[in-house]
Ligand binder design. Structure first.
Ligand code: DX5
Ligand code: ZN
Length: 214
């Protein structure tokens, strides 16, 4: 069953509570929260207190995507704030195996993220440690960009390796996901679809979610 994770980056920030309630009523599986530091990516977004307030206001599990240099410094804080999943970029983590262990020790699920230019092979030695692998299907930093189809190769490999070795990680995609690209991602083996603009700009949310799951 495909799971849906709306990205709050595309929400109306002045109505954040209402936006979250709308997603909760539509039955989404996670709320995806993009944390950017203006350094690892050229944009700034939400911080720890924001995640803590959101966690208190909803029962939807929070899927926290850290686009930070040195994300290790903030893992405990985001876990205490209420993150259910914490994902770090492999490009930002020289000790990715240890970092995934640190995330798990907090009780959160441990995710590792691949930029479009990073080969799936860079994760070979942490595949048994990861609870989730997030393939970026755009270059991280901004919502509303176009899906990069070449990233599907990584997803296909991750799905094959999981099948062959009985790994338990979930595969998630993030960036440029709409009805059409969701179909391609699912065919490649994806479990969780992140979508920002496609869901928040849709007047019929239930229909948009149903289209993504189809
Ligand atoms: C981009 C973020 C995404 C973004 C996706 O760096 O990681 O989560 O919100 O937005 P859309 O779905 O509009 O491409
Ligand atoms: Zn994201």
């Amino acid at each position: 069953m495909t799971r849906i994770a709306p990205s709050l980056l595309a929400a109306d920030y002045l109505k954040l509570g209402e936006e979250i309630n709308r997603m909760e009523s539509a039955g989404v599986d996670y709320l995806h929260i993009d944390v950017m530091d203006g350094h690892f990516v050229p944009n700034l977004t939400f911080g720890i207190d924001m995640v803590a307030q959101i966690a208190k206001s909803t029962r939807i599990p929070l899927d926290v995507h850290l686009m930070l240099a040195e994300p290790e410094r903030y893992i405990e804080a985001f876990a205490n704030a209420g993150a259910a999943i914490i994902s770090v970029h492999v490009e930002a983590c020289p000790h990715i195996h240890a970092t995934l262990k640190v995330i798990k020790q907090t009780g959160a699920k441990a995710g590792v993220v691949l930029n479009p230019g990073t080969p799936a092979e860079s994760l070979t030695s942490v595949l048994s440690e990861a609870d989730l692998i997030l393939q970026m299907t755009v270059n991280p930093g901004f919502g509303g960009q176009s899906f990069i189809p070449e990233t599907l190769t990584n997803i296909e490999k991750l799905a094959i390796w999981r099948r062959e070795n009985n790994y338990s990680y979930l595969i998630e995609v993030d960036g440029g996901i709409n009805q059409e690209t969701a179909k391609q991602a699912k065919q490649a083996g994806v479990d969780i679809l992140v979508a920002g603009s496609y869901l928040f700009q849709n007047t019929n949310l239930e229909e948009a979610i149903a289209n993504m799951k189809k």
